[in-house]
Design a protein around this ligand. Structure first.
Ligand SMILES: Cc1cc2nc3c(=O)[nH]c(=O)nc-3n(C[C@H](O)[C@H](O)[C@H](O)COP(=O)(O)OP(=O)(O)OC[C@H]3O[C@@H](n4cnc5c(N)ncnc54)[C@H](O)[C@@H]3O)c2cc1C
Ligand code: FES
Length: 337
């Protein structure tokens, strides 16, 4: 198989299959096959709660594994259009042949509703390599505190499962917030892990909830809804944080023209992000969270001024990498896209 893969990855194969590339032909044989891209086949669905489903996924040979806490960008074809979102890998870092993603169906959410309620065994998903800095330190800390809320449990569950597989015998406290017992994800497993598990139902985080937890020299990992994360942050503790969403973006009010140089497309701006403008122009740049978190949409700006819609700051540096999903042009901008 590795000889076949080497041949398919060769410049000759690329030349023979131009302009579409080898993968366009390989995936016709089987949708999960690809010379370079990571793809995963859904092998099992676990209904965790009425709104949340775990997808057990068999990645193809291009998957190189994940560190506990990392996420992947997941591409789903819906009505012929690929939509990409980020999902934390919830399985142990030691289980490479099968990974799990646990998806909560967001009310009105486009991709999460599909994955949580309509995905089926045999579906093939496009996956990015695992990414993100929210990971367990390589030298496992003796004391860990994990604080999560709602679907924010997924990356810390990967950490907990990884530590379980390693037989970690340190001091681990797992503090989780769920709206109700019915909405508690992984309930059975949490009852049997080698950690002190504290679950709060239908209540919001209060600093007093930390009073029974030994925080001395603890590495603290936090992931959950933004108000909960802000409340924990206000305690002033050193934290490792993962965010699933960001503050609302400012409106893109500056005008201008964007030149997508490699695509030979020039277009005006109409109050959208540069990612939206590229897509509306028929381009299909990589993306993920669409909120400035995953860096999946980073492209090289050749010239011009852009505004960061999170902070309002402008940047005029030539040849800089920008995140298209949180940038808007101020005047004329040229991108190497
Ligand atoms: C690092 C990270 C890890 C995450 N891990 C998990 C996890 O483990 N479990 C989990 O349940 N969730 C997780 N999320 C949240 C997840 O990525 C989605 O935001 C969530 O599932 C809602 O997606 P949706 O498509 O259903 O919602 P939508 O509201 O439809 O879309 C969410 C975002 O996509 C954009 N969008 C809306 N419509 C379109 C469109 N037509 N085309 C393209 N983009 C559009 C919007 O700007 C919106 O910000 C994670 C997010 C991040 C950043
Ligand atoms: S799509 Fe994630 S940073 Fe832009």
């Amino acid at each position: 198989m590795s000889i076949v893969r080497s041949i398919l990855r060769s410049p000759l194969a690329a030349a023979l299959t131009a302009p579409h590339g080898v993968d366009r032909y390989v995936e016709l044989v089987h949708p999960a096959w690809s010379v370079r891209d990571v793809r995963g086949t859904v092998t099992k669905l676990i209904r965790e709660t009425p709104t949340t489903t775990t997808l057990v996924i068999k990645p193809n040979g291009n998957w190189t594994g994940h560190d506990a806490g990392q996420f992947v960008r997941v591409g789903v074809e819906l009505s012929g259009v690929r939509h990409t979102r980020c999902y934390s890998v919830s399985s142990s870092a030691h289980r490479r042949d099968r990974i799990t993603l646990t998806v909560r169906a967001k009310e009105g959410g486009f991709v999460s509703q599909h994955l949580a309620h309509h995905a089926k065994e045999g579906d093939v998903l496009a996956l990015s390599p695992a990414q993100g800095e929210f990971v367990l330190p390589a030298l496992r800390p003796r004391r860990l505190v994990m604080i999560s809320g709602g679907s924010g449990i997924t990356p810390v569950m990967s950490m907990l499962r990884t530590l379980e597989d390693e037989g970690h015998d340190g001091d681990v406290t797992f503090l989780h917030y769920a709206r109700s017992r019915d909405e508690l994800i992984y309930a059975d497993e949490l009852a049997n892990v080698n950690a002190r598990v504290l679950v709060a139902f239908g209540t919001v985080f209060h600093p007093s909830h930390l009073s029974s937890i030994n925080l001395e020299r603890a590495e603290i990992f936090l992931c959950g809804p933004e108000p909960m994360m802000a409340a924990v942050r206000a305690c002033g503790l050193p934290l490792h944080e993962e965010r699933f969403t960001s503050e609302p973006l400012r409106p893109a009010t500056d005008g201008g023209t964007i030149h997508f140089r490699r695509s030979r497309v020039r277009t005006g701006c109409d109050g959208k992000t540069m990612l939206e403008i590229a897509e509306a122009s028929g381009l299909n740049p990589e993306s993920g969270c669409r909120r400035g978190i995953c860096h999946g949409c980073t492209q090289r700006k050749v010239s011009g001024v852009v505004r960061d819609l999170r902070t309002g700051a402008v940047s005029d540096a030539a040849d800089e990498d920008i995140q298209l999903c949180v940038s808007a042009p101020v005047g004329d901008v040229t991108l190497d896209l």
